[in-house]
Design a protein. Structure first.
Length: 650
């Protein structure tokens, strides 16, 4: 801890303490209360005002937290928790009762069993031992939680703003047959954001678990938004998988309390291996389910059935990030252990198979979903390796994945509304038909695989960490990265492919959608430009606080980054006026052109020109790759649980 900062706190006394606690409480409670209020607001004008104002408020509070926390590396807070614990227990009982009702209603015995087991365990534990749980520090803030708060407050908030225009058009023009449940949607989204704030600031594992379960229930509600059969089944699958992770989370809390007499996250990370490894392995199981690693990836792919803002919220700023956040928190305990190796292998298998599966599909949302699963696998590799270099790379991956992937999801949502298709092949010539959106989409794609965007640099850092610690995993990272490059380049090429005259159809996109897209595009570019500063002021201090040493970037790299960023930006920006000055000429088609540039006289017959990407359908089938990932993942998860059971058998 920075003792100079502590001395300053002591001099300023309770005033500074009150400011910090108030700021954390505001970030947690404001979106929760707003979400509850939005559930009952049907006025579109009032809802729009509340969403925009609260998004701006959360962004300002998150940035204010960064400014106030810069002098310190780690700060904990004790909050009188008696009444809070009682309220949380009451809400847990209500949530458990509702989930059990859902399991009975939909005839899902696993949902009933998982919920009964975890709720019975936690209710017994809190009633029997609640008075003995003397938690010194319930809340904490460090540089990692600040990064997560910024992602949640800024990126998550922009998704809510985007949803204002998107969902209006979604119901009025594209799906008038669906029940308009926008009050429920926006209320749940803000409750989701509040739970994520609580999760990243919670040092008390019981509080952490409480917010963890709220995100599970909210994801169920959001995935099932359309209330058709497919949506309901996919939401129930997500609930089942995440309840399994919730059960292991509850078991980890009870185990650690009986071994150490504590339920504090920082105490768990600092404990000896014989005390910490079992609860950490159980918590990693929970993180793997939440972050949709194999064999649990199907729930996140099934979430694609929901409207685009929901997909973006689940994939970029919340839910799945909670899983990798937890695993990276536990990385110091996993370093050099068999449990850590198993976690890293799960991430490696997920990264490779997810990247290969993304090649085999032309559905844009599926490509983004598989890409999300794969990149989360990279972060899980970092957590499993557990070295300071790996954790540095993992946190950097979280930052860049959040902003770039959110931008991509929101762009695809607008394209789907305008073109009535999300097939990548239908995006041919998007640079003419939707030029500004195409440029933003190119920025998002560039952010995922081009230098100097941090995703590529993060992958190089992951590769170095793997070579140093687990050389056998290098093949997974190398071949997965090659597959990543392949499917992103295919998609980018399709956007600028022009084979016939096209008409601009970009008019009619709402202001809220443009606001979110422009801001996310700018944030993606600025994050790239300033990521050496993000690393030196946020990521490196956190890594040094935990490990005593840190990875770093040479100062000279900043100049190189600026030059490379300028060169990269020239590519998408050069297309801003492309549609006004391009002249489509007849192409040589291997025969005599007949009528225009798209038909030619072939060998005896008139034929049409067709340009299409290659998806390796004969070599890589999406369902076969997925089954292989599930089988390997199940074997690894059984091994991980087996290591947790072994101490009981001794």
């Amino acid at each position: 801890m920075d003792f100079a900062w502590c001395d300053r706190c002591a001099k300023q006394g309770w005033a500074l303490f009150f400011i910090f606690v108030s700021l954390l409480a505001t970030l947690i409670l404001a979106p929760l209360i707003t979400g509850l209020a939005l559930l009952g607001i049907k006025s579109e004008r009032l809802r729009r005002t509340i969403v925009v104002v609260m998004t701006a408020f959360l962004a300002v509070c998150s940035i204010n937290l960064v400014w106030r926390m810069f002098p310190s590396d780690f700060t904990t807070f004790h909050v009188d928790d008696h009444l809070i614990n009682e309220v949380m227990l009451g809400v847990e009982v209500l949530m458990a009762g509702y989930v059990i009702y859902l399991g009975v209603k939909h005839k899902r015995p696993l949902i009933v069993a998982f919920m009964l087991a975890q709720s019975a365990l936690m209710i017994w534990f809190e009633l029997a031992y609640g008075k003995q749980m003397h938690v010194g520090q319930n809340l904490f803030v460090d540089k990692f939680s600040i990064i997560m708060a910024l992602i949640n407050g800024v990126v998550g908030g922009l998704i809510c703003v985007y949803a204002l225009g998107y969902m209006k058009e979604y119901h009025e023009h594209h799906h008038p047959e669906l029940k308009d449940r926008r009050p429920f949607l926006f209320g749940t989204m803000f409750i989701f954001l509040g739970a994520m704030f609580g999760l990243v600031f919670a040092n008390n594992l019981v509080w952490f678990f409480f917010f963890w379960e709220i995100t599970t229930l909210c994801s169920f509600f959001l995935i099932g938004y359309k209330e058709d059969e497919e949506s309901v089944q996919n939401s129930l699958r997500a609930l089942t998988y995440n309840l399994a992770g919730g059960l292991t989370f509850a078991a980890a809390i009870v185990w650690f309390f009986f071994r150490k007499g504590s339920v504090e996250l920082d105490m768990l990370i600092k404990s000896s291996a014989d005390v910490a490894l079992v609860p950490v392995a159980l918590l990693c199981f929970s993180g793997i389910t939440k972050s949709a690693q194999f064999p649990f990836s199907k729930w996140l792919l099934g979430a694609m059935v929901a409207p685009t803002p929901i997909s973006a919220l689940l994939h970029s700023s919340t839910m799945v990030k909670a899983g990798v956040y937890l695993i990276l928190r536990l990385a110091p305990v996993l370093s050099g252990t068999l449990e850590g190796t198993i976690v890293a292998v799960v991430g490696a298998v997920t990264f490779l198979i997810g990247s290969l599966a993304a090649i085999a599909t032309s559905d844009a949302k599926k490509v983004l979903a598989y890409s999300t699963v794969a990149n989360l696998g990279l972060i899980v590799i970092c957590g499993g390796i557990g070295t300071y270099e790996a954790v540095w790379a993992g946190v950097l991956l979280i930052v860049f994945h959040a902003v770039a992937k959110c931008l991509l999801f929101l762009c695809v949502g607008v394209i789907e509304n305008k073109l009535h298709s999300r097939d990548i092949e239908s995006m041919s010539g998007l640079i003419i038909t939707m030029p500004r959106l195409s440029v933003l989409l190119q920025v998002g794609i560039a952010g995922m695989f081009l230098a100097p965007f941090g995703m590529l640099i993060s992958k190089w850092a992951v590769l170095k960490a793997v070579v140093d610690s687990h050389p056998l995993l290098v093949c997974f990272v190398v071949f997965g990265s090659a597959a990543t490059l392949f499917f992103w380049v295919k998609w980018m090429g399709k956007l600028i492919e022009v084979v016939r005259p096209l008409v601009n159809v970009e008019k009619g996109i709402g202001w809220s959608e443009w606001m979110a897209l422009y801001l996310l595009g700018g944030i993606t570019a600025l994050t790239c430009l300033f990521f050496p500063m993000i690393s030196s002021h946020l990521i490196e201090p956190y890594v040094k606080e935990v490990f005593g040493r840190t990875a770093t970037m040479a100062p000279g790299n900043l100049v190189i980054m600026v030059i490379m960023l300028a060169m990269v930006c020239m590519f998408p920006l050069s297309f801003l006026t492309y549609g006004r000055r391009v002249k489509v000429m007849d192409a040589y088609l291997g025969g005599a052109n007949t009528d225009g540039s798209t038909r030619f006289q072939g060998s005896g017959t008139e034929q049409s020109v067709s340009l299409r990407n290659y998806y390796f359908g004969d070599f890589m089938k999406e369902d076969q790759l997925f089954r292989a990932g599930v089988l390997v993942g199940m074997g690894l998860m059984l091994c991980l649980l087996g290591l947790c059971v072994l101490p009981l058998a001794r």
